[in-house]
Write a protein that binds this ligand. Structure first.
Ligand code: FES
Length: 109
């Protein structure tokens, strides 16, 4: 099995059931972009380098996520609308362990 099911709530509050491949080295930000769940230019601004926080999302499910890198932590400490469950979507790789992940996109900042 190389696809996982995740739920992404967009900035208008609409929840989308999304199927994401785990064999294409995609991250969550790229999944959001490929499904066009956020307008072009409002997510993934830095190209996934943990340098813009445009891909910030709130993790709603209990899914165990990889530890934050120092870069991710540093970026989130400067970002707006950060909550305890904030993560940078570009730092979450689509792996089989992410099946069932539920996230909400943070507001555009
Ligand atoms: S795309 Fe810029 S921090 Fe994730």
């Amino acid at each position: 099995m190389s696809d996982i099911n995740i739920k992404i709530t967009d900035r208008d509050g609409v929840t989308h059931d999304v199927v994401a491949p785990t064999d294409m080295a995609m991250n969550l930000m790229e999944v959001v972009r490929s499904y066009e769940l956020a307008p072009e230019g409002t997510i993934g601004v830095c190209g996934g380098m943990a340098m813009c926080a445009s891909c910030q999302c709130y993790v709603i499910s209990e899914t165990e996520l990889p530890e934050m890198s120092d870069d991710e932590e540093a970026m989130l400490s400067e970002a707006f609308d950060v909550k305890d469950n904030s993560r940078l979507g570009c730092q979450i790789q689509m792996t089989p362990e992410m099946d069932g992940l539920e996230v909400e996109l943070a507001p555009e900042s």
